[in-house]
Design a protein around this ligand. Structure first.
Ligand code: BES
Ligand code: MN
Ligand code: ZN
Length: 495
């Protein structure tokens, strides 16, 4: 369940809440809400600024408990950093830290005055939306596979009101819908691979369709795919007892007959590497190899919840890449759904092998006006861009610009990489139309080049989210990226 968000109109000193949240810049500059609270409580904030207890450093937090003079029980003072250079990215960072601090307090609700601070180039709806999404992100807890715990006696955060004018209402509504999509994606990706297999993803998609009038779901099993000629996708799944599925969700929010927008997401529910087995350490993180599937499904959920007036399809090729007596092997030549043959040189380059058939099928079946895939496709992309930007690849400058802009606006950013034909020769094979790997150099680009062979004639873009889909480490969690980017891109198309 997402948090409950609302707008607040009360002045900070009269807000009757368990906690009010106000911002303070460095060098003792109080925001107007902080100044009003400070005035009402006899200068306690300023005194702590002077003593150095409140630094104003970006993301620092201080709690004042039950100060006399205001209606609220607590004040959470959040550092905003220097006023000069305050920008959208800093605003988001501050909102995340504020939400973390709020989550540690024994409060069920709070009133935030953060959205009143000025952010260059961003309006009130954006400020409310960004703060609300940050709060929901921080409030998310993964509990699915723990022994059920006694309900704690401490109240847990259930809702936040943001002080803002009614012009911010749209931002609040978007935040609720996008937060639901982000939670859908995170929960699905965080589940262990013995639960989240291809059939589980299909069941989740089906359940969502059953609960929403304008949504329908179709699932192709391996027998149907065999008949249709999904030779590449099926090869990847052949070594696993969990058989592959092709999942297609359709949403009819736009006029009949208008070509849909299409998402395709890599749904490898576990990637051992197959016969080209991966090394042991860290292999458990390959449960997140369905992060692209989770991301496009989450964006689909957000779009439906926002009620965008667009037609939309979301296609997930789902499979498990395992070593087995029946596995596909290096040297195999596969015949893809498109008819192009593929020489397998490494069974660990499996993402592109399920995506190519899914791209062909999506283009043929839906004739979309734009086709965007998301995939945890290459370690090389992590080397190139790290965890801050997803890799964006497209031959269509207009589509690339739309996606970059959506990423910038939502702060779920992407960075464009080249997709020049110069790289295509790295995929030459002596035994098939194309090889599935392109050698040592430019691994993220040659992976995208491989996909481009199956997106001929489509207005297509590819997002490599290998670095952005989850936070690594023992306690790392799925991030929900690129739900916000894709949801924003659809919002921008719907106006
Ligand atoms: N799922 C991996 C890519 C990956 C690796 C994502 C690490 C996130 C973190 C993908 O299937 C893969 O194994 N790619 C290979 C390709 C190589 C064999 C050409 C890789 O990146 O090493
Ligand atoms: Mn792999
Ligand atoms: Zn993979």
């Amino acid at each position: 369940m997402t948090l409950q968000f609302s707008l607040a109109t009360a002045a900070p000193e009269t807000a009757d809440s368990a906690c009010v949240l106000v911002g303070v810049y460095e060098q003792g500059v109080l925001t107007s809400a902080a100044a009003r609270i400070d005035g009402a409580i006899g200068g306690a904030i300023k005194r702590q600024v002077e003593s150095g207890d409140i630094s104003g450093k970006a993301g620092s937090t201080t709690v004042l408990y039950a100060p006399a003079g205001i209606a609220a029980k607590r004040v959470l003072v959040v550092g905003l950093g220097t006023q000069k250079g305050f920008d959208a990215a800093r605003y988001q960072k501050v909102a995340i830290e504020a939400a973390r601090a709020l989550g540690k307090l024994p409060v069920a609700e709070a009133v935030s005055y953060l959205a009143e601070v000025d952010v260059p180039g961003r309006d009130a709806a954006w400020r409310v939306r960004t703060a609300a999404l940050a709060t929901d992100h921080a409030a998310y807890r993964y509990t699915a596979t723990f022994k059920p715990r006694e309900k704690s006696v401490q109240p847990e955060l259930a809702g936040v009101a943001f002080a803002a004018g009614t012009e911010a209402q749209a931002g609040l509504d978007q935040a609720t819908a996008i937060a639901e999509g982000v939670r859908f994606a995170r929960e699905l990706a965080n589940l262990p691979p013995n639960i989240c297999n291809p059939a589980h993803i299909a069941a989740q998609a089906q359940a969502f369709a059953d609960a929403h009038d304008q949504v329908s779901c179709r699932v192709l099993d391996h027998v149907e795919m065999e008949k249709l000629g999904f030779g590449s996708l099926l090869a990847v799944g052949r070594g696993s007892a969990n058989k592959p599925k092709l999942i297609a969700l359709e949403y009819k929010g736009g006029a009949e007959g208008v070509a849909p927008y299409a998402f395709v997401g890599k749904g490898i529910t576990f990637d051992t590497g197959g016969i080209s087995l991966k090394p042991g350490p860290g292999m458990e993180e390959m449960k997140y190899d369905m992060g692209g599937a989770a991301g496009v499904l989450g964006a689909f959920v957000a779009a439906v919840k926002m009620g965008v007036k667009l037609n939309l399809v979301c296609v997930v090729p789902a499979a498990e890449n395992m070593p087995d007596g029946d596995s596909y092997r290096p040297g195999d030549v596969l015949t893809s759904l498109s008819g192009l043959t593929i020489e397998v040189l490494n069974t660990d380059a499996e993402g592109r092998l399920i995506l190519c058939d899914a791209l062909t099928w999506t283009a043929q079946t839906f004739k979309p006006q734009a086709l965007v895939d998301a995939a945890t496709l290459t370690g090389a992309c992590v080397i190139a861009l790290g965890k801050h930007a997803s890799g964006l690849f497209s031959k269509h400058d207009d589509l690339a610009a739309e996606l970059l802009a959506a990423g910038e606006h939502s702060l779920d950013r992407a960075w464009r990489m080249p997709l020049w034909d110069d790289y295509q020769a790295q995929l030459d094979s002596g035994f098939a139309d194309v090889a599935n790997i392109g050698g040592k150099s430019a691994g993220a680009i040659t992976a995208a080049c491989f996909l481009s062979r199956f997106a001929e004639g489509q207005r297509w873009a590819h997002l490599d989210i290998a670095g952005t889909a989850w936070d690594e480490g023992r306690k790392g969690l799925a991030t929900g990226r690129p739900v916000a980017l894709l949801a924003q891109w659809l919002l921008d198309r719907d106006s």
